[in-house]
Design a protein around this ligand. Structure first.
Ligand SMILES: [Zn+2]
Length: 448
Protein backbone atom coordinates (compact mmCIF):
# COMPACT_ATOMS: atom_id res chain seq x y z
CA UNK A 1 0.00 0.00 0.00
CA UNK A 2 1.66 3.19 -1.17
CA UNK A 3 0.99 6.79 -0.27
CA UNK A 4 1.43 9.82 -2.53
CA UNK A 5 1.51 13.20 -0.83
CA UNK A 6 0.76 15.39 -3.82
CA UNK A 7 1.22 19.11 -4.37
CA UNK A 8 2.62 20.20 -1.02
CA UNK A 9 5.48 22.55 -0.28
CA UNK A 10 8.17 19.90 0.08
CA UNK A 11 11.36 20.49 2.10
CA UNK A 12 13.43 17.30 1.61
CA UNK A 13 16.25 18.49 3.97
CA UNK A 14 18.80 16.22 2.27
CA UNK A 15 22.20 16.91 3.82
CA UNK A 16 23.94 18.06 0.63
CA UNK A 17 21.00 20.14 -0.62
CA UNK A 18 19.58 21.53 2.59
CA UNK A 19 17.79 24.50 1.04
CA UNK A 20 16.08 22.59 -1.74
CA UNK A 21 12.41 23.44 -2.00
CA UNK A 22 9.82 21.74 -4.22
CA UNK A 23 6.92 24.12 -4.43
CA UNK A 24 4.76 22.36 -5.35
CA UNK A 25 6.21 18.90 -4.93
CA UNK A 26 5.21 15.34 -4.13
CA UNK A 27 6.50 12.50 -1.99
CA UNK A 28 5.77 8.82 -2.67
CA UNK A 29 6.30 6.10 -0.10
CA UNK A 30 5.52 2.43 -0.12
CA UNK A 31 5.55 0.17 2.90
CA UNK A 32 8.10 1.62 5.28
CA UNK A 33 10.31 3.43 2.76
CA UNK A 34 10.32 6.56 0.66
CA UNK A 35 10.27 5.68 -3.03
CA UNK A 36 10.45 9.05 -4.77
CA UNK A 37 10.59 12.79 -4.06
CA UNK A 38 10.15 15.32 -6.85
CA UNK A 39 8.02 17.88 -8.56
CA UNK A 40 4.31 17.20 -9.02
CA UNK A 41 4.89 16.60 -12.75
CA UNK A 42 7.72 14.14 -12.11
CA UNK A 43 5.74 12.04 -9.68
CA UNK A 44 2.52 12.24 -11.71
CA UNK A 45 4.53 10.69 -14.56
CA UNK A 46 5.99 7.98 -12.30
CA UNK A 47 4.18 4.66 -12.89
CA UNK A 48 4.82 3.64 -9.27
CA UNK A 49 2.57 6.52 -8.15
CA UNK A 50 -0.30 5.46 -10.40
CA UNK A 51 -1.15 2.00 -9.03
CA UNK A 52 -4.63 1.23 -7.69
CA UNK A 53 -3.16 0.57 -4.24
CA UNK A 54 -1.64 4.05 -3.95
CA UNK A 55 -3.56 6.39 -1.68
CA UNK A 56 -3.30 9.97 -2.97
CA UNK A 57 -3.40 12.69 -0.33
CA UNK A 58 -3.82 16.27 -1.50
CA UNK A 59 -1.03 18.17 0.26
CA UNK A 60 -1.91 21.54 -1.27
CA UNK A 61 -1.44 24.22 1.39
CA UNK A 62 0.72 21.98 3.58
CA UNK A 63 4.45 21.87 4.19
CA UNK A 64 5.76 18.32 3.77
CA UNK A 65 8.99 17.67 5.64
CA UNK A 66 10.84 14.98 7.54
CA UNK A 67 9.53 14.09 10.98
CA UNK A 68 11.19 16.08 13.77
CA UNK A 69 13.78 14.66 16.18
CA UNK A 70 13.72 15.50 19.86
CA UNK A 71 17.27 14.64 20.92
CA UNK A 72 16.84 15.20 24.65
CA UNK A 73 13.65 14.53 26.55
CA UNK A 74 12.65 13.18 29.93
CA UNK A 75 9.20 11.67 30.26
CA UNK A 76 7.58 13.22 33.31
CA UNK A 77 4.52 14.54 35.11
CA UNK A 78 5.85 17.62 36.96
CA UNK A 79 4.74 20.21 34.41
CA UNK A 80 4.07 23.59 35.98
CA UNK A 81 5.10 22.49 39.46
CA UNK A 82 8.88 22.96 39.32
CA UNK A 83 9.27 26.65 38.70
CA UNK A 84 11.58 29.47 39.62
CA UNK A 85 14.80 27.78 40.75
CA UNK A 86 18.26 27.40 39.21
CA UNK A 87 19.43 23.99 38.05
CA UNK A 88 20.95 22.23 41.05
CA UNK A 89 18.50 23.69 43.62
CA UNK A 90 15.70 22.74 41.24
CA UNK A 91 16.98 19.17 40.93
CA UNK A 92 17.23 18.73 44.69
CA UNK A 93 13.93 20.42 45.50
CA UNK A 94 11.62 19.03 42.84
CA UNK A 95 13.16 16.45 40.56
CA UNK A 96 15.15 14.05 42.73
CA UNK A 97 12.31 13.57 45.27
CA UNK A 98 9.97 12.79 42.37
CA UNK A 99 12.46 10.16 41.22
CA UNK A 100 12.40 8.63 44.71
CA UNK A 101 8.61 8.43 44.54
CA UNK A 102 8.44 7.05 40.99
CA UNK A 103 6.99 3.61 40.23
CA UNK A 104 7.00 1.65 36.95
CA UNK A 105 3.28 2.34 36.45
CA UNK A 106 3.67 6.09 36.97
CA UNK A 107 6.72 6.13 34.68
CA UNK A 108 4.77 4.41 31.91
CA UNK A 109 1.86 6.86 32.23
CA UNK A 110 4.38 9.69 31.86
CA UNK A 111 5.77 8.19 28.67
CA UNK A 112 2.27 7.80 27.23
CA UNK A 113 1.66 11.49 27.87
CA UNK A 114 5.01 12.73 26.60
CA UNK A 115 5.31 10.54 23.50
CA UNK A 116 1.73 11.34 22.49
CA UNK A 117 2.39 15.05 22.97
CA UNK A 118 5.59 14.76 20.93
CA UNK A 119 3.88 12.89 18.14
CA UNK A 120 0.93 15.29 18.09
CA UNK A 121 3.36 18.16 17.47
CA UNK A 122 5.29 16.51 14.62
CA UNK A 123 8.07 14.64 16.41
CA UNK A 124 8.65 11.17 14.97
CA UNK A 125 11.80 10.37 16.99
CA UNK A 126 12.53 10.99 20.65
CA UNK A 127 15.53 10.27 22.84
CA UNK A 128 14.11 9.76 26.32
CA UNK A 129 16.31 9.63 29.40
CA UNK A 130 13.94 8.10 31.92
CA UNK A 131 13.40 5.15 34.22
CA UNK A 132 11.57 1.83 34.21
CA UNK A 133 11.94 1.99 30.43
CA UNK A 134 10.36 -1.39 29.72
CA UNK A 135 7.04 0.44 29.95
CA UNK A 136 8.29 3.27 27.73
CA UNK A 137 9.36 0.71 25.10
CA UNK A 138 5.82 -0.66 25.13
CA UNK A 139 4.40 2.86 24.76
CA UNK A 140 6.63 3.71 21.79
CA UNK A 141 5.90 0.33 20.27
CA UNK A 142 2.13 0.79 20.44
CA UNK A 143 2.08 4.49 19.57
CA UNK A 144 4.33 4.04 16.52
CA UNK A 145 6.89 6.73 17.35
CA UNK A 146 10.64 6.09 16.98
CA UNK A 147 12.31 6.08 20.40
CA UNK A 148 15.83 5.85 21.78
CA UNK A 149 15.51 4.89 25.44
CA UNK A 150 18.24 5.89 27.85
CA UNK A 151 18.14 4.84 31.51
CA UNK A 152 19.04 7.52 34.03
CA UNK A 153 21.96 5.82 35.82
CA UNK A 154 23.34 7.25 39.06
CA UNK A 155 25.39 5.58 41.76
CA UNK A 156 26.92 8.32 43.90
CA UNK A 157 25.93 8.24 47.56
CA UNK A 158 22.31 9.24 48.02
CA UNK A 159 21.24 8.47 44.46
CA UNK A 160 20.64 4.74 44.79
CA UNK A 161 17.01 5.12 43.63
CA UNK A 162 18.08 5.83 40.01
CA UNK A 163 18.70 3.17 37.37
CA UNK A 164 21.85 1.05 37.52
CA UNK A 165 24.27 -0.52 35.06
CA UNK A 166 22.53 -3.84 35.79
CA UNK A 167 19.08 -2.49 34.92
CA UNK A 168 20.58 -0.95 31.77
CA UNK A 169 21.98 -4.34 30.79
CA UNK A 170 18.56 -5.91 31.30
CA UNK A 171 16.94 -3.23 29.12
CA UNK A 172 19.57 -3.70 26.39
CA UNK A 173 19.01 -7.45 26.39
CA UNK A 174 15.35 -6.86 25.60
CA UNK A 175 15.31 -3.59 23.67
CA UNK A 176 18.74 -3.05 22.11
CA UNK A 177 16.46 -2.97 19.09
CA UNK A 178 12.81 -3.92 19.16
CA UNK A 179 9.63 -3.15 17.23
CA UNK A 180 11.41 -3.54 13.85
CA UNK A 181 14.27 -1.33 15.02
CA UNK A 182 11.94 1.57 15.79
CA UNK A 183 12.67 1.26 19.50
CA UNK A 184 16.28 1.18 20.62
CA UNK A 185 18.03 1.50 23.94
CA UNK A 186 21.30 3.16 24.81
CA UNK A 187 23.45 3.56 27.86
CA UNK A 188 22.94 6.70 29.95
CA UNK A 189 24.54 8.47 32.88
CA UNK A 190 22.69 11.21 34.72
CA UNK A 191 25.62 13.52 35.37
CA UNK A 192 29.21 13.69 36.53
CA UNK A 193 28.14 14.59 40.06
CA UNK A 194 25.65 11.71 40.21
CA UNK A 195 27.98 8.96 38.96
CA UNK A 196 31.22 7.42 40.23
CA UNK A 197 34.23 6.66 38.06
CA UNK A 198 33.17 3.02 38.26
CA UNK A 199 29.76 3.82 36.74
CA UNK A 200 31.46 5.71 33.89
CA UNK A 201 33.83 2.80 33.21
CA UNK A 202 31.02 0.24 33.31
CA UNK A 203 28.74 2.39 31.14
CA UNK A 204 31.44 2.89 28.50
CA UNK A 205 32.18 -0.84 28.45
CA UNK A 206 28.48 -1.68 28.17
CA UNK A 207 27.97 0.77 25.30
CA UNK A 208 30.93 -0.81 23.49
CA UNK A 209 29.68 -4.34 24.20
CA UNK A 210 26.23 -3.59 22.75
CA UNK A 211 27.54 -1.09 20.18
CA UNK A 212 25.15 1.63 21.33
CA UNK A 213 25.36 5.33 22.01
CA UNK A 214 25.95 6.84 25.42
CA UNK A 215 24.00 9.83 26.68
CA UNK A 216 24.90 12.18 29.54
CA UNK A 217 24.18 15.72 30.75
CA UNK A 218 27.08 18.14 31.03
CA UNK A 219 28.26 21.72 31.21
CA UNK A 220 24.78 23.07 31.77
CA UNK A 221 25.38 25.63 34.52
CA UNK A 222 28.29 27.85 35.44
CA UNK A 223 28.27 26.58 39.03
CA UNK A 224 28.74 23.07 37.69
CA UNK A 225 31.96 24.08 35.89
CA UNK A 226 33.34 25.71 39.04
CA UNK A 227 32.35 22.71 41.14
CA UNK A 228 33.97 20.30 38.66
CA UNK A 229 37.20 22.28 38.79
CA UNK A 230 37.05 22.21 42.59
CA UNK A 231 36.26 18.48 42.86
CA UNK A 232 38.33 17.02 40.03
CA UNK A 233 40.71 19.74 38.89
CA UNK A 234 39.17 19.58 35.41
CA UNK A 235 36.31 21.22 33.60
CA UNK A 236 33.33 18.82 33.20
CA UNK A 237 33.94 17.59 29.65
CA UNK A 238 37.62 17.04 30.31
CA UNK A 239 36.66 14.96 33.34
CA UNK A 240 34.05 13.02 31.34
CA UNK A 241 36.67 12.38 28.65
CA UNK A 242 39.19 11.29 31.29
CA UNK A 243 36.61 8.77 32.50
CA UNK A 244 36.38 7.33 28.99
CA UNK A 245 32.82 8.28 28.09
CA UNK A 246 33.80 10.12 24.90
CA UNK A 247 35.78 7.16 23.55
CA UNK A 248 34.61 5.59 20.31
CA UNK A 249 32.50 8.54 19.20
CA UNK A 250 29.44 7.13 20.99
CA UNK A 251 28.45 10.04 23.16
CA UNK A 252 25.64 12.55 22.88
CA UNK A 253 25.96 15.25 25.53
CA UNK A 254 22.92 17.28 26.52
CA UNK A 255 23.25 21.07 27.02
CA UNK A 256 26.96 21.95 26.54
CA UNK A 257 26.32 25.56 27.52
CA UNK A 258 29.53 26.43 29.35
CA UNK A 259 32.37 25.28 27.10
CA UNK A 260 35.81 26.68 26.54
CA UNK A 261 37.52 26.38 23.16
CA UNK A 262 39.46 23.28 24.23
CA UNK A 263 36.20 21.54 25.12
CA UNK A 264 34.68 22.43 21.75
CA UNK A 265 37.79 20.96 20.09
CA UNK A 266 37.42 17.88 22.29
CA UNK A 267 33.81 17.37 21.16
CA UNK A 268 34.83 17.70 17.51
CA UNK A 269 37.89 15.45 17.84
CA UNK A 270 35.95 12.66 19.55
CA UNK A 271 32.92 12.78 17.24
CA UNK A 272 30.72 13.63 20.23
CA UNK A 273 27.32 15.12 19.36
CA UNK A 274 25.37 17.74 21.29
CA UNK A 275 21.68 17.94 22.20
CA UNK A 276 20.87 21.64 22.40
CA UNK A 277 17.96 22.56 24.70
CA UNK A 278 17.46 26.32 24.43
CA UNK A 279 14.14 26.68 26.27
CA UNK A 280 15.41 24.69 29.25
CA UNK A 281 18.66 26.67 29.28
CA UNK A 282 16.69 29.93 29.32
CA UNK A 283 14.08 28.81 31.85
CA UNK A 284 16.59 27.49 34.38
CA UNK A 285 18.73 30.58 33.69
CA UNK A 286 21.65 28.29 32.80
CA UNK A 287 22.93 30.28 29.82
CA UNK A 288 23.16 30.10 26.02
CA UNK A 289 24.95 27.21 24.31
CA UNK A 290 27.61 28.33 21.78
CA UNK A 291 25.85 26.65 18.83
CA UNK A 292 27.47 28.73 16.04
CA UNK A 293 30.91 27.86 17.46
CA UNK A 294 29.96 24.18 17.66
CA UNK A 295 28.82 24.26 14.04
CA UNK A 296 32.02 26.02 12.99
CA UNK A 297 34.04 23.27 14.70
CA UNK A 298 32.06 20.61 12.82
CA UNK A 299 30.13 19.29 15.84
CA UNK A 300 26.73 17.74 15.04
CA UNK A 301 24.02 19.48 17.05
CA UNK A 302 20.46 18.23 17.47
CA UNK A 303 17.67 20.02 19.26
CA UNK A 304 15.92 18.84 22.41
CA UNK A 305 12.99 20.00 24.50
CA UNK A 306 14.42 18.60 27.75
CA UNK A 307 11.64 17.59 30.14
CA UNK A 308 8.08 18.84 30.39
CA UNK A 309 9.03 20.33 33.77
CA UNK A 310 11.69 22.69 32.40
CA UNK A 311 10.21 23.73 29.04
CA UNK A 312 7.05 23.33 29.63
CA UNK A 313 5.99 21.61 26.41
CA UNK A 314 7.56 19.24 23.91
CA UNK A 315 6.89 21.32 20.80
CA UNK A 316 10.00 21.14 18.60
CA UNK A 317 8.72 23.78 16.16
CA UNK A 318 8.44 26.18 19.10
CA UNK A 319 11.89 25.07 20.26
CA UNK A 320 13.22 25.85 16.78
CA UNK A 321 12.01 29.43 17.07
CA UNK A 322 13.56 29.78 20.52
CA UNK A 323 16.85 28.30 19.22
CA UNK A 324 16.99 30.83 16.41
CA UNK A 325 16.03 33.84 18.52
CA UNK A 326 18.54 32.90 21.21
CA UNK A 327 21.39 32.79 18.68
CA UNK A 328 20.40 36.19 17.32
CA UNK A 329 20.13 37.75 20.76
CA UNK A 330 23.30 36.30 22.25
CA UNK A 331 25.43 37.14 19.22
CA UNK A 332 23.61 40.45 18.63
CA UNK A 333 23.58 39.10 15.08
CA UNK A 334 20.36 39.11 13.02
CA UNK A 335 21.91 36.74 10.45
CA UNK A 336 22.44 34.01 13.09
CA UNK A 337 19.87 31.25 13.53
CA UNK A 338 19.03 31.03 9.84
CA UNK A 339 15.70 29.16 9.49
CA UNK A 340 17.12 26.52 7.13
CA UNK A 341 19.99 25.78 9.53
CA UNK A 342 17.53 25.55 12.41
CA UNK A 343 15.20 23.25 10.44
CA UNK A 344 18.20 21.06 9.64
CA UNK A 345 18.96 20.88 13.36
CA UNK A 346 15.38 19.68 14.00
CA UNK A 347 15.48 17.10 11.17
CA UNK A 348 18.61 15.69 9.49
CA UNK A 349 21.13 16.92 12.06
CA UNK A 350 18.89 15.59 14.83
CA UNK A 351 18.85 12.21 13.11
CA UNK A 352 22.65 12.29 12.79
CA UNK A 353 22.92 13.27 16.45
CA UNK A 354 21.03 10.08 17.36
CA UNK A 355 22.98 7.91 14.92
CA UNK A 356 19.92 7.61 12.67
CA UNK A 357 21.17 9.76 9.79
CA UNK A 358 21.31 6.89 7.30
CA UNK A 359 17.78 5.82 8.16
CA UNK A 360 15.74 9.00 8.60
CA UNK A 361 15.91 12.79 9.00
CA UNK A 362 15.44 13.69 5.34
CA UNK A 363 13.04 12.84 2.52
CA UNK A 364 15.14 10.74 0.16
CA UNK A 365 14.44 7.48 -1.65
CA UNK A 366 15.44 4.49 0.46
CA UNK A 367 15.00 6.26 3.78
CA UNK A 368 12.22 5.43 6.21
CA UNK A 369 8.98 7.26 5.54
CA UNK A 370 9.06 9.48 8.64
CA UNK A 371 7.07 12.39 7.23
CA UNK A 372 4.94 15.22 8.59
CA UNK A 373 2.48 17.65 7.03
CA UNK A 374 2.17 21.11 8.59
CA UNK A 375 -0.92 23.15 7.76
CA UNK A 376 0.08 26.48 6.20
CA UNK A 377 -3.51 27.60 5.59
CA UNK A 378 -3.55 29.71 8.74
CA UNK A 379 -3.73 33.43 9.42
CA UNK A 380 -0.28 33.23 11.01
CA UNK A 381 1.24 31.54 7.93
CA UNK A 382 -0.23 33.93 5.36
CA UNK A 383 1.00 35.00 2.84
CA UNK A 384 2.66 31.86 1.52
CA UNK A 385 5.03 32.81 -1.30
CA UNK A 386 7.22 30.93 -3.77
CA UNK A 387 10.17 31.46 -6.10
CA UNK A 388 12.46 34.34 -5.13
CA UNK A 389 10.06 35.32 -2.32
CA UNK A 390 9.72 31.81 -0.86
CA UNK A 391 9.04 32.09 2.88
CA UNK A 392 8.10 28.58 4.04
CA UNK A 393 11.30 27.94 6.04
CA UNK A 394 10.77 31.19 7.95
CA UNK A 395 7.08 30.30 8.45
CA UNK A 396 7.92 26.89 9.92
CA UNK A 397 10.52 28.27 12.34
CA UNK A 398 8.99 31.59 13.33
CA UNK A 399 5.23 31.33 12.71
CA UNK A 400 4.13 27.72 12.97
CA UNK A 401 3.85 25.60 16.07
CA UNK A 402 3.19 21.97 16.80
CA UNK A 403 -0.52 22.78 16.86
CA UNK A 404 -0.34 23.25 13.08
CA UNK A 405 0.89 19.70 12.48
CA UNK A 406 -1.89 17.90 10.62
CA UNK A 407 -0.43 14.50 9.75
CA UNK A 408 2.43 12.28 10.81
CA UNK A 409 3.82 9.02 9.42
CA UNK A 410 6.64 7.02 10.96
CA UNK A 411 8.12 4.10 9.01
CA UNK A 412 5.28 4.60 6.54
CA UNK A 413 2.51 4.13 9.10
CA UNK A 414 0.09 7.00 9.56
CA UNK A 415 -0.02 7.98 13.23
CA UNK A 416 -1.78 11.37 13.07
CA UNK A 417 -4.49 12.57 10.67
CA UNK A 418 -6.24 15.91 10.83
CA UNK A 419 -4.44 16.56 14.13
CA UNK A 420 -5.92 13.40 15.67
CA UNK A 421 -3.86 10.50 17.02
CA UNK A 422 -4.70 7.27 15.22
CA UNK A 423 -2.85 4.80 17.45
CA UNK A 424 -4.00 5.93 20.89
CA UNK A 425 -6.90 7.58 22.68
CA UNK A 426 -5.85 11.07 23.76
CA UNK A 427 -8.51 11.32 26.48
CA UNK A 428 -7.44 7.99 27.98
CA UNK A 429 -3.79 9.09 27.97
CA UNK A 430 -4.73 12.30 29.75
CA UNK A 431 -6.83 10.68 32.45
CA UNK A 432 -4.17 8.04 33.07
CA UNK A 433 -1.49 10.75 33.36
CA UNK A 434 -3.70 12.81 35.69
CA UNK A 435 -4.21 9.87 38.04
CA UNK A 436 -0.53 8.91 37.89
CA UNK A 437 0.55 12.48 38.67
CA UNK A 438 -1.77 12.66 41.67
CA UNK A 439 -0.34 9.39 42.94
CA UNK A 440 3.22 10.62 42.33
CA UNK A 441 2.63 13.85 44.24
CA UNK A 442 1.03 11.98 47.14
CA UNK A 443 3.96 9.55 47.25
CA UNK A 444 6.47 12.40 47.09
CA UNK A 445 4.70 14.26 49.91
CA UNK A 446 4.86 11.12 52.06
CA UNK A 447 8.66 10.80 51.74
CA UNK A 448 10.65 11.38 54.86
ZN1 LIG B 1 17.89 16.70 30.76
Amino acid sequence: MGTLLRGGVVLPMAPERRRRLLQPGSVLFDGVEIVAVGTVEELDADPRAAGPDVEVIDATGFAVLPGLHNCHLHSGLLRGTAEGLALFDWLQTYVDPAHRALTPEIAEAASWLCYAEALRSGTTSVMDMWRFLDGSARVAGELGIRATLVPYVADETGYDYFESIDSTRALLAKHRESYDGRVRSWVGLEHLFYCTERAFADASALAAEYDTGLHVHSSESRWEVEESLRRYGHRPLAEIARRGALDGGRAVVAHCVWLDDAEIDLLAATGTRVAHCPASNMKLASGPAPVPKLWAAGVTVGIGSDGEKENNNLDILEEAKIASLLQKLVGLDPTAGDPWDILAMATIEGARCLGLGELTGSLEPGKRADVIMVDLRKLHTTPLLSGADANVAAHLVFSSSGQDVDSVWAAGRRLLAGGRLLTADEAAIRSRAQAAAEELFARRAALT
